[in-house]
Design a protein around this ligand. Sequence first.
Ligand code: SAH
Ligand code: SF4
Length: 466
Amino acid sequence: MNVKELPEEMLCRQQEYIRAVADLNTGKSPTAFVDTYGCQQNEADSEIIRGILMEMGYTQVFDENDADLIVINSCAVREHAEQRVLGNVGQLIHVKRKRNCLIAVCGCMVQQPQMAEKIKKSYPHVKLVFGVHALPRFPELLYRALTGEKRVFDIEKSDGYIAEGLPVLRKDKTKAWVSIMYGCNNFCTYCIVPYVRGRERSRDPKKVVAEVAALVREGCRDVTLLGQNVNSYGNDLDENVDFSSLLEMINDIPGDFRIRFMTSHPKDATPRLFDTMAKCEKVAKHIHLPFQSGSDRILSLMNRRYDSTKYRELVSYARSKMPDISVTSDVIVGFPGETDDDFEETMRLTRDIGFDGLFVFIYSKRSGTPAAEMEDPTPRSEKVARFQRLFDLQDSMTEEKSRKLLGAEVDVLVEAVQEEQNGYNLLARCESNRPVYVKGEPSLVGTFTKARITDSSKWGMYGELI
Ligand code: SAH
Ligand code: SF4
């Protein structure tokens, strides 16, 4: 099988560095704080960083002021995310003045050479910087930073490899992220992801299945399979396996658990995917299918390789197979050259589909992408007005959907104990992934049960356990 895995020797070497840092830490009980920005893939990467740190003898803390080591896992997808990262990294100078901590910045933002350079020049309190592709070398890089090297930077560019067998410290026992593939080949013209995360590479299906089976044995009840475009899973493997067949294999794992996945690209979503979802009883009837724009002209400028008709057909097909399927999406307003008419097409598609949830983003120029070179005459105030109209439209539609559910019985998984608000002490989630706040015994965490919806708000629904 042609899986692009890192060689065993390299990973063994990193194990030696883990032991070497653990030796340095002997008798010291050091603490570490890992902060994550951006998507679920970054969350999953941070769980690996925490796993490595735990093996090195660090204890996890949740306040940067208490940490001997601070790792900021950054995001590059929009300028706003980068500004937040830079703002917070800037603030850390005050923490460092009070406590002699080591500050590291990693992830997508610093994979861009100009951003790594910016940190080098303007943030001298940051000692360690490593990009997405250097994550498996984190033990070695940290060892170098701890043993006298002044500053350590590793943002080596790469199409990317897969590192199997790294330690993982998961946040949650009930829920888990499982990456099934990395990178992206789609080059949507607005998006930085393919430049920072490298080419698509799929994990060995046997390893994915083994990981999920182990999680389920340990009590996990909700597994989200991650990839930038899960529908192209397996395209790079010579074995005859695609995302639908992987779903079937995971569905066959014994145990009571839910399977989720994200994200699906409409150009690669097929009737076969929806047929598979319909017949696999463990697969949550929810699809996150970003449409990005309702205008065919803009979709083409975005290099999305589908049109609004195909998108509508996909959702209709999915609903014909699974009438209750929840459909959520992402959309960008204010793409370069988007006219009022283009935007009205986006409004129309949003109204027609009736999404269960929608993430609306204002276009953010990413340097190095083709869209950054396109004429963009629309003033920011106009983009903000479009954003608000679309946001309000979706808000009212979400509210109406929640109202319709009042009195209904829904299947939920109780996920966690939360800070009590009006007596609601448990966070549960229904199949569509929407939160349902309920009251009950903490021992219910990790169990599937039914709730009757009694109330709803913008943030979720409230219910009573049946
Ligand atoms: N791979 C996933 C999404 C990755 S980024 C997919 O293709 O669906 C998550 C979302 O961020 C995208 O769906 C898009 O709506 C938004 N996004 C990406 N680049 C952006 C940019 N330059 N400006 C604004 N939004 C962007
Ligand atoms: Fe970005 Fe498009 Fe790849 Fe998603 S599919 S990560 S939006 S390039």
